[in-house]
Design a protein around this ligand. Structure first.
Ligand SMILES: *[C@@H]1O[C@H](CO)[C@@H](O)[C@H](O)[C@H]1NC(C)=O
Ligand SMILES: *[C@@H]1O[C@H](CO)[C@@H](O)[C@H](O)[C@H]1NC(C)=O
Ligand SMILES: *[C@@H]1O[C@H](CO)[C@@H](O)[C@H](O)[C@H]1NC(C)=O
Ligand SMILES: *[C@@H]1O[C@H](CO)[C@@H](O)[C@H](O)[C@H]1NC(C)=O
Ligand SMILES: *[C@@H]1O[C@H](CO)[C@@H](O)[C@H](O)[C@H]1NC(C)=O
Ligand SMILES: *[C@@H]1O[C@H](CO)[C@@H](O)[C@H](O)[C@H]1NC(C)=O
Ligand SMILES: *[C@@H]1O[C@H](CO)[C@@H](O)[C@H](O)[C@H]1NC(C)=O
Ligand SMILES: *[C@@H]1O[C@H](CO)[C@@H](O)[C@H](O)[C@H]1NC(C)=O
Ligand SMILES: *[C@@H]1O[C@H](CO)[C@@H](O)[C@H](O)[C@H]1NC(C)=O
Ligand SMILES: *[C@@H]1O[C@H](CO)[C@@H](O)[C@H](O)[C@H]1NC(C)=O
Ligand SMILES: *[C@@H]1O[C@H](CO)[C@@H](O)[C@H](O)[C@H]1NC(C)=O
Ligand SMILES: *[C@@H]1O[C@H](CO)[C@@H](O)[C@H](O)[C@H]1NC(C)=O
Length: 543
């Protein structure tokens, strides 16, 4: 039912006529004045719709999201009865007009994903506003108490990814109790925002990339029972976190990465799915991990100063899909129980001091990334890599102490895109079957990004998380970390070993290969003919 006066109906159809492409107005709102022009109907309205709208004083609900509308927003005071205004995912520009302050009934304002530049202070009058989403615009300037101090109904605040600063006086008491506090890349620092002390009911707290360089205040603990997402990453926050999250449970996502946190590994909170502590100053043993009552899906402890042997208690971390322990100071053998993680998709332990032989990972048949480079591993390359890890896309064993020959069984790895066995003691001949690596053979296939989807929650909505790991690769005479290497790289690096014999002719059939390094071995014979077929080759080292 759509209750509109004939003037409004005429007007709306006039607008539709002007912009031509709308197929259907959603008429199913229970009551009130409704104009719904959303994505599901796949409209591509463009132009400046609202300028021609005139005054529609009774309109309560307006949804123009997911179109291609551009230009400035009109004077919103023309719609004084609006309760919901959805303008997300268009190309609106300029400032949100002052007139917004007159929409005294407004409860939901969504202007996300536009090109808006400024917020007026009159926002501060919207005492009925419950949800404000201005994420992904180009908003500039400083938000002060006057923007916020009358927003007593506000529940969801999302200002993500703008260029805003939020500055309030030291002892400001917000009039609201937020459930979603989403302020990534909003400048809140340098001190830890004290007004958070007064918030007791949030499910999402994202203050990542917020220029905070401070120690964790002692009041920042005892989180709301509903907290699902805590993201403090990419700041300079220091202090110990062991007590911070020890007694909490029910989280989905905790990301404390890229800060200056220190101290021992905190207990893995019960029910956490994503637990990121990478790029901090944590130290000591991680044997407390055995006390975890549940298993995360994704655990990243890389780039810290953890040390000692890994505990051998991984068998019941059954959900673990991504485990990243790279760039620490772990030593001893890789525990056998890691091989019982049947859901494991990526294991990164590079740049530690692991010794001994590889345990069997033959039960981890979903493994796509096995990155063991930069350790002191011994023994030969085990056959189960070729027989059981048929989904492997990256195998990096570089810079270890492996010996023996390269088993031809690894040629069964159809999806292999990066094979790095450099700087070991491998001997014997290069197998004659490298043309069996399907992805390297094809030159029409650019590879897919390395992504693992981890279920999580964002406020009330389920959300998928991607894990994009990086890899240390040497090519074009440079050793670098590549983020998402499967997008760019197809490489074979067998350099700095003791390989003998000729270069197999099949090598030139790998038309998709971008980098081949066979240097620093004892290879002989003639340079393979037909190397010109390798159209994608960007780096070749036979020295
Ligand atoms: C507007 O349309 C969208 C997509 O069809 C729908 O999800 C939403 O509930 C509608 N809103 C109203 C108030 O009808
Ligand atoms: C709107 O879309 C139509 C058809 O796609 C196009 O011809 C017109 O140039 C567009 N107008 C603007 C302002 O982008
Ligand atoms: C907030 O409300 C008070 C009282 O209603 C009013 O005096 C003040 O001007 C309002 N502030 C803003 C920024 O609108
Ligand atoms: C706290 O948040 C929950 C939703 O997570 C909501 O149902 C409840 O009303 C809120 N309580 C207060 C006191 O704001
Ligand atoms: C935490 O925030 C950073 C920066 O905004 C973002 O890149 C990262 O993906 C977030 N972490 C999670 C687990 O969503
Ligand atoms: C990091 O924390 C340590 C103490 O753990 C402190 O000495 C150092 O100054 C902090 N660095 C920065 C950049 O905050
Ligand atoms: C893992 O096993 C240990 C004992 O073997 C047990 O104490 C612990 O609760 C188990 N954890 C999970 C997540 O099942
Ligand atoms: C790494 O651990 C070894 C002992 O296993 C110790 O001698 C060394 O100092 C540690 N290195 C760092 C950088 O902590
Ligand atoms: C090539 O791969 C197929 C399966 O993908 C396998 O059956 C065959 O044995 C492999 N050939 C060699 C020489 O490894
Ligand atoms: C690439 O080419 C091969 C044949 O050489 C073909 O079987 C395969 O489907 C092609 N892949 C794509 C993504 O086009
Ligand atoms: C090939 O590998 C060696 C180390 O094993 C390295 O020094 C050289 O730079 C690499 N070649 C290229 C082109 O990157
Ligand atoms: C290459 O070296 C092997 C021994 O490693 C030798 O048997 C063979 O004759 C050599 N081939 C050439 C062409 O020099």
């Amino acid at each position: 039912m759509l209750f509109l006066s004939s003037k409004e109906v005429l007007l709306i159809f006039l607008i539709i006529y002007l912009h031509g492409v709308m197929k259907k107005i959603n008429k199913n709102a229970a009551n009130g004045r409704v104009l719904n022009v959303t994505e599901e109907q796949k409209n591509v309205l463009n132009g400046s719709f609202m300028e021609s709208a005139g005054q529609v004083s009774t309109l309560e609900y307006l949804d123009l999201s997911d179109n291609q509308m551009r230009g400035a927003l009109p004077d919103l005071a023309l719609f004084p009865s609006l309760r919901e205004l959805h303008l997300g995912s268009n190309q609106f520009q300029g400032r949100i007009p002052q007139g917004i302050g007159q929409l005294s009934q407004l409860r939901i304002l969504d202007v996300s994903s536009n090109r808006l530049e400024g917020l007026p202070e009159s926002m501060g009058k919207l005492s009925n506003l419950e949800s404000f989403d201005a994420s992904y615009n180009v908003l500039k300037g400083t938000i002060t108490e006057s923007h916020l101090s009358n927003l007593s109904s506000l529940v969801d605040l999302d200002l993500s990814f703008n260029s805003l600063a939020l500055k309030t006086s030291f002892d400001w008491l917000p009039p609201f109790q937020l459930q979603v506090i989403s302020l990534p890349s909003c400048n809140l620092g340098p001190s830890f925002p004290k007004w958070l002390q007064n918030q007791h009911n949030y499910t999402v707290l994202d203050i990542s990339l917020a220029s905070i360089s401070d120690t964790l205040p002692s009041w920042f603990s005892g989180f709301p029972p509903n907290l699902k997402i805590l993201n403090l990453s990419n700041n300079q926050i220091s202090g110990r976190v062991s007590d911070l999250i020890e007694n909490t449970y029910g989280y989905s996502v905790i990301d404390l990465s890229s800060n200056n946190f220190s101290g021992p590994l905190p207990l893995v909170p019960t029910n956490v799915q994503i637990f990121y502590l990478h790029k901090n100053q944590f130290f000591g043993s991680i044997s407390s991990i055995c006390q975890s009552r549940t298993s995360p899906t994704s655990l990243d402890l890389s780039h810290n100063q953890f040390s000692g042997e890994l505990p051998d208690c991984w068998m019941n971390m059954t959900s673990l899909a991504v485990l990243n322990l790279a760039y620490n100071n772990f030593s001893g053998e890789i525990p056998h129980s890691l091989g019982y993680l049947t859901n494991l998709k990526a294991l990164y332990i590079r740049q530690n001091s692991f010794t001994g032989m590889l345990p069997s990972f033959s039960q981890c048949q979903g493994l796509q990334i096995l990155d063991l480079g930069g350790n002191k591993l011994t023994g030969s390359i085990p056959g189960w890599i070729g027989t059981d890890l048929l989904n492997l896309r990256i195998l990096s064993l570089r810079f270890n102490r492996l010996h023996g020959s390269i088993p031809s069984i690894i040629c069964q790895l159809q999806f292999l895109q990066i094979l790095d066995l450099s700087a070991n003691g491998l001997s014997g001949k290069i197998p004659h079957c490298f043309n069996n690596f399907t992805l390297l053979y094809q030159d029409n296939n650019s590879g897919e990004p390395m992504e693992f989807i981890v279920q999580g929650f964002y406020g009330k909505f389920p959300r998928r998380y991607l894990y994009i790991g990086d890899l240390l690769v040497q090519w074009k005479n440079q050793e670098s970390e590549y983020k998402n290497p499967l997008l760019y790289l197809k490489t074979i690096d067998l350099s700095s070993n003791e390989l003998v014999g000729g270069v197999p002719e099949e090598i030139v059939e790998m038309r998709g290969l971008k980098s081949l390094n066979l240097s620093r071995n004892d290879l002989n014979g003639t340079v393979v003919e037909g190397i010109g077929q390798m159209k994608m080759l960007e780096s070749l080292d036979m020295s």
